[in-house]
Design a protein around this ligand. Structure first.
Ligand code: FAD
Ligand code: EPU
Length: 339
């Protein structure tokens, strides 16, 4: 385990927001956890690759940086395989590795930034697939009892951009590894808008899993700003899920509002469309802004602080609330130990 004092976090978050940690502890082996004090939720923070956090200020205590590596196929009957993956592995590198092993199931989740250990936190999802469709179980260190626990996928309470680890018991567990069930048989999931067209444009009538992955990568590169070029955390707000009668009222006033039916007679609405409709696409307050490319993404044009990005988020929330009567909920974790 490496430990550094007064460490900068600017290169460790995809917004490139300036912040420091009192201590930065890089966890490379599960056993490192045995030597660590218990996490204090009022002072400390677990970080993977920092692609879904907004650091509004410094972290006064310790940032526990998860770098536990390792990938192995623990069972394979020729049709299905079980993988065990260390939480510090890079998610997209894992997706590409599984495709090279001719294992299917992760292709729609290509190019999502971040670490494997963070994937269950918000049940990552894209292009019509969520982690929940392949997750078998999660192993996590319980900071309170100082022991490892294994959670079945059901016990993780995965939902749209949510889980036990995010809402039910935040900061109680540090995920150290996950198990995934993948298949040697490819079942294409092409219903998300634009995916079929992207494949058809390349005359791929019978695409392979690698073709789907490549198409998702092309779509994502076209739509989303790259954090290596401009700081961002992907979608800054969740798409709101509302009761069917409220959705019907909003759609009567705004027939163009993209919507998808969700569970239990609810409807998911496009937050990007609402923000664009409020005239805020590209809206800028100094170096903090709404992306010109995608209205759901907040960006750092260079020198914005987390606090300045949060002010833009408040501008967006106020405008959408005034126009649509809906309070947008941030997707990244807002890290503000003073606020
Ligand atoms: P971090 O930002 O480091 O942490 C996120 C949260 O998880 C924090 O609360 C942290 O404390 C906690 N955490 C991290 N690791 C652990 C651990 N091992 N144990 C316990 N808690 C932990 N997300 C999607 O779902 N779909 C997308 O399509 C998508 N596209 C994106 C595109 C861009 C350009 C960007 C920048 C982000 C996108 N995201 C997307 C969000 C992000 O990629 C995911 O949320 C990702 O899983 C975050 O991983 P991370 O390692 O960077 O997590
Ligand atoms: N749209 C606009 N204006 C824009 C951008 C999009 O009106 O500037 C409209 C589009 O026309 C489209 C709709 O919004 O009809 C949806 O857009 P998109 O397909 O880009 O998806 P999204 O709802 O904005 C969600 C996820 C993404 C995920 C994509 C693809 C959330 C909060 N975001 O975005 O996840 O990659 O779908 O599945 O659910 C993330 O979580 O960080 C993330 C990037």
């Amino acid at each position: 385990m490496k430990v550094a004092e007064r460490a900068s976090l600017q290169a460790l978050n995809s917004f490139s927001a300036p912040a420091t940690a009192g201590l930065l502890a890089t966890i490379e082996r599960e056993e490192d956890l045995l030597d660590l004090p218990t996490l204090d939720p009022g002072r400390d923070l677990v970080l993977g690759d920092g692609s879904n956090v907004l650091l509004v200020g410094d972290v006064p205590g310790t940032v526990f940086l998860n770098r536990i590596m390792g990938r192995s196929v623990v069972a394979d009957d020729g049709r299905n395989a079980m993988l065990e993956v260390g939480a510090g592995e890079n998610w997209h590198a894992l997706v590409q590795w599984t495709l090279n092993q001719r294992l299917c199931g992760l292709e729609n989740l290509s190019l999502i930034p971040g670490s494997v250990g963070a994937a269950p936190i918000q049940n990552i999802g894209a292009y019509g697939v969520e982690l929940s469709s392949v997750l078998d179980s999660v192993t996590a260190w319980d900071w309170q009892t100082r022991a490892w626990l294994c959670f079945s996928a059901e016990e993780c309470e995965l939902a749209y951009r949510d889980s036990l680890f995010r809402s039910g018991a935040p900061d109680r567990y540090l995920i150290t590894s996950i198990r995934l069930r993948l298949s040697h048989e490819f079942q294409p999931r092409l219903d998300y808008a634009g995916l079929r067209e992207e494949l058809a444009a390349r005359c791929l009538a019978r695409p392979t899993a690698q073709d789907v992955s490549d198409a998702v990568i092309r779509l994502r590169r076209r739509k989303l700003p790259d954090p290596a070029e401009i700081g961002n955390a992907g979608s800054f707000f969740k798409n709101p899920i509302v009761e069917a009668d409220l959705a019907a009222r909003l759609l009567a006033d705004h027939p163009g509002l993209p919507n998808w039916s969700a569970q239990d007679d609810t409807v998911k609405l496009s937050a990007a469309w609402m923000i664009e409709r409020c005239g805020l696409k590209g809206h800028r307050e100094g170096d903090a802004a709404v992306s010109e490319r995608h209205a759901l993404v907040l960006v750092n044009h260079g020198t914005a602080t987390g606090a300045q990005i949060l002010l833009v988020a408040h501008t967006v929330q106020a405008a959408v609330s005034a126009e649509f009567g809906i309070l947008l909920e941030p997707e990244p974790r807002i890290v503000d130990f003073k606020g």
